[in-house]
Structure formats: structure tokens, C-alpha cells
Ligand binder design. Structure first.
Ligand code: SAH
Length: 352
């Protein structure tokens, strides 16, 4: 048995590998290693969740952003972006439609838009929870002070997605403007966890300047943080950002990392991302077969979907939301899994 096979088996047994071992595994993985990791990860997901894939309704409610992340198509310096924001009423209409479709989690994602003050976010969260008490609300609206997160939680928000982006402060600095810091990102994650949010972190695979050592650090960081969700997709360049000429991450790397993450976090809620589906036809389905167990169909209004471009050629921006959702359900069934309409909360009991 070669070193990588042994490393993968060690991870599957719940062992902690040192940084150099993880970096070596990532740097030297063969197609056979990917196959081994995927089949073990798939077994792990089947053991923990059965043949179920959780569906989350994603509502991209604003693409205004005060931040300037170098990779992101809605960064404030992108003058070419056509900006929009949804009203509370429009957000509620998305939820109504999603609820009719059976969705029981709504993910409200957006840029860091100063228009959406804490008061406005609280009002939206309260309204969604009042109208749909059987649903979970996930927020993904970036870095805020502790007090803001506390108010969102008080208003009834259940979950929060905030990717850490990279666990290396030096790498973080290459992806973000000087006014942003890894320290604040991590502070946010710790606040969210302390407030009782089901919390998600994660990173892009193949981000510019990323090394296998960086990814190994990401894995160790997440092993220590113990998030309930991990969002991980390939980096895809956007033409109106400084990273326009950087190569995209690969599907193989992303799928391998998904499998490794599943082995290290048997219970984590792990989406097969839209970015993976954009990079590779059938990518999300491949993600499920590599150990992911969540998909996040976009239920934003059509005009909004076309404008929320973090990267180019995003999947699901053409066609009606209903058709995209139906097609995704069908393709999940076609690989032998059942779309799960439930809230699909993290199972806190007998924690990993
Ligand atoms: N503003 C919020 C949420 C929106 S961005 C926040 O900062 O959390 C959501 C995620 O999209 C980011 O965390 C990033 O990892 C990912 N993303 C941004 N630009 C991307 C790109 N060009 N390719 C792939 N993923 C990207």
C-alpha cells in the first residue's frame, strides 16, 4: 500500500494527520487515491445520512458590497456590475415560492450592503420565521460585529455561512484588500459559534496563490473549529476582477477535497456547490458521489440571478427557477439519491 492510501485510511479512521502529511497527500494524489477517498467518503455519508441530499433555497438578495475581495465579481471596485437589491417583500415572495416547492431552509446571501442595516436584517429574519416557522433561516452576509450577529440570532436566524477563505494569514492577504484581515474573519466565526449558530466555514479550491500547504492548513483549521457546515467550491475567475487571468480550480481537486473533508467531518453538512456544477457538467452530482450531501438551488428572481455574478458563466442563471429546481431534483434521483425536503439540521447529539 502506498503512502497516500495509508493516509486516506488513517483519515477515515478519524486520525489526525500532521500538516506535512496532508500537504503531501494533496500534492501527490493519484486518480486511484481520488477513487479510494471518494468511495470511503460516500460510504461515510451514506452511513450518516442515508441516500438523502438536502435541498436549500438560496436567495441572493443584494449584490451591493462594501468589500473588495480580489476574486469576487461583486467587489465594490467592479464598476461594470449591475447592482440590485431585493425588498423584504420580494424576499418573502421567494420564500413563499420555495416553501410551495417543499424547501425548508432559506439561505439569504448577499454582499456586505450597508443598506441592509441590522434593523432591516432583523425585520427580514423575523418576517420569514413568522411566515414559515417550520423553516430554518441561514444568513450569509459577511463580517459583522458580535452585537449584530447576536441580534440576528435573537431574531431567529438559525445558521450562518462565512467561509474563512484561507487559514493562512499571508495567503489571506493576497486575496483581500489591506483593510480586511484573517483575524477578523476568524473572530466572526468564533462569535457565530458562541452564539449558537450552526456555522459554516470553507474555502475556494484552486484560489490564486494557493499551495498544497495552504489547503493542509485549511483542513487543520477546520478540524479545530469543528463547523457544522463546510462550503467548498472551485475558484472561477471573473472577467472584471484583478484575477481575471488566473486559472480556475480543477474539478478533480475540488472532488478530492470534498472527500477528504467528509472523512474528517463525518456529520458535517457539505454542499456540492454551484461553482462545481459550473466548472463540470454533472459536477454537483459528482460532488454527492464524492461525499457531499447538500445542494443549494437558486430561488432568487430571474433578474437577480443574472446579476449575482461572483464568477462568470454561473450555472442556473438561465431558465426559470422552477425548471432548474426540477432538473436538479431529477439529476439527484438519477444518481440514486433522494432529494430531502426537510430542514436537515446538524445533528448535535452524539457529536463527532
Ligand atoms: N459576502 C458574503 C457572502 C457572499 S460571497 C461573504 O463574504 O461571506 C460567498 C462565497 O463565494 C465567498 O465566501 C467565496 O468563497 C465565494 N466566491 C467569491 N468569488 C468567487 C469566485 N470568483 N469563484 C468561486 N467562488 C467565489
Amino acid at each position: 500500500m502506498n503512502g497516500n492510501q495509508a493516509r486516506i485510511l488513517a483519515l477515515a479512521r478519524g486520525e489526525r494527520l500532521p500538516r506535512e502529511e496532508l500537504a503531501r497527500l494533496i500534492a501527490t494524489r493519484s486518480p486511484e487515491d481520488c477513487e479510494t477517498a471518494a468511495s470511503l467518503a460516500r460510504e461515510t455519508a451514506l452511513r450518516e445520512f442515508g441516500r438523502k441530499v438536502y435541498f436549500r433555497g438560496l436567495i441572493e438578495f443584494t449584490n451591493y458590497c462594501r468589500n473588495d475581495c480580489l476574486y469576487c465579481g461583486i467587489r465594490r471596485s467592479n464598476r461594470a456590475a449591475l447592482r440590485y437589491r431585493l425588498s423584504e417583500e420580494e424576499i418573502l415572495l421567494c420564500c413563499r415560492w420555495g416553501h410551495e416547492q417543499g424547501l425548508r431552509t432559506f439561505v439569504l446571501q448577499g454582499g456586505e450592503d450597508p443598506y441592509f442595516t441590522d434593523e432591516r436584517v432583523v425585520s427580514i429574519v423575523r418576517a420569514v420565521k413568522a411566515a414559515y416557522p417550520d423553516c430554518a433561516v441561514t444568513l450569509s452576509i459577511g463580517e459583522k460585529p458580535y452585537e449584530s450577529y447576536a441580534r440576528f440570532r435573537e431574531a431567529g436566524a438559525d445558521r450562518y455561512l462565512l467561509r474563512h477563505e484561507t487559514a493562512s494569514p499571508a495567503h489571506y492577504g493576497k486575496l483581500h484588500p489591506p483593510e480586511m484581515s484573517f483575524e477578523n474573519r476568524v473572530r466572526c466565526l468564533h462569535d457565530l459559534i458562541a452564539l449558537g449558530f450552526q456555522t459554516g466555514c470553507g474555502m475556494m479550491v484552486g484560489a490564486p496563490f494557493q499551495t498544497p500547504e495552504n489547503l493542509a492548513e485549511d483542513l487543520l483549521f477546520m478540524q479545530d473549529l469543528k463547523p457544522q457546515m463546510i462550503g467548498m467550491g472551485p475558484f472561477l475567475p471573473h472577467k472584471d476582477t484583478p484575477f481575471r487571468d488566473e486559472p480556475a480550480g480543477t474539478a478533480e481537486d475540488t472532488l478530492f477535497l470534498l472527500s477528504i473533508v467528509r472523512l474528517m467531518h463525518p456529520r458535517v453538512l457539505l454542499p456540492a456547490t454551484t461553482a462545481l456544477g459550473t466548472l463540470l457538467p454533472g459536477g454537483r452530482e459528482r460532488g454527492i458521489l464524492a461525499g457531499a450531501n447538500v445542494v443549494m438551488p437558486n430561488i432568487s428572481p430571474d433578474e437577480a440571478r443574472a446579476r449575482y455574478q461572483l464568477y462568470n458563466n454561473k450555472l442556473g442563471t438561465a431558465g426559470a427557477a422552477a425548471d432548474n429546481l426540477a432538473a436538479l431534483r431529477e439529476s439527484i434521483r438519477a444518481i440514486g439519491y433522494e432529494p430531502d425536503p426537510g430542514r436537515g439540521d446538524y445533528r448535535w447529539e452524539d457529536k463527532q
